[in-house]
Write a protein that binds this ligand. Sequence first.
Ligand code: SF4
Length: 279
Amino acid sequence: MVAPRTETRRDCRGQKNRIESAAMSDQADRLIRVAEQLIETDMLLGGEFIPAGGTPAPEIVPEATPAPGPRAKLPEYTPTQKADMLKNLNEEVRNCTECQLGDSRTNTVFGEGDPGANLMFVGEAPGADEDASGRPFVGRAGALLTKMIEAMGLTREDVFICNMLKCRPPNNRAPGPQELQCCWSFLVRQLQIIQPKVIVTLGNPATHGLLDTKVGITKLRGNWQSLPNIGDGLEGIDVMPTFHPAYVLRQYTPDNRQKVWSDLQAVMDKLGLKPPKKK
Ligand code: SF4
């Protein structure tokens, strides 16, 4: 027997309501899961771990065996020597007009942080905020980088932050090969002075530049790489490629943020850093 249309409609409506209700319940579950994931990632990349009044110094776990590395080939500088050498190098950068970017910059952006840092973050080039202030990674992307560093239990002063290029390309265009080549020796000398144990490359250009590869960041991130022989004593330094904070801001998904956090956790393991205690 064919059901009357009204009954069919009622049944359809009832079924529709049940489906809608189930769908809403599924959606609610999904939203809760997404919210939980966001909260968790916010805690990981945010300030939840940082106690009021300052960031606790991370505990350094002594390594069982000293990492084999290029450091043995480089002179051992005292912290004061490193600071002096960086100051002199910064002066050279300030006066540099080796490429055309010297004409358009407002300020050079040498980099900043601990001259003896175990950990260096390297990006591509300064942007407008950096050009105006003379400091690396300020503005929104810089704020996220600061959050990432703090999630590791460190401060910006504990690491060294810089870019491959020391002057801003106008209108944030990509640096030209000649500009990168002209500026390259400054980065090499920074690395030779600081002698970090780990370099985190931020984004494709810095990763490609330092590792001399064309493999994309999506494939490389999360996998330890070894610095090629880009200068005396530098070959073999551990490199962790990860997404640039500006990219993470543009694609602010839990997945991307979790990937970056996972990369940073690998760096913490390598350096023997323990995550900061929860408040
Ligand atoms: S980008 Fe580098 S090479 Fe070019 S002017 Fe600036 S400091 Fe000199």
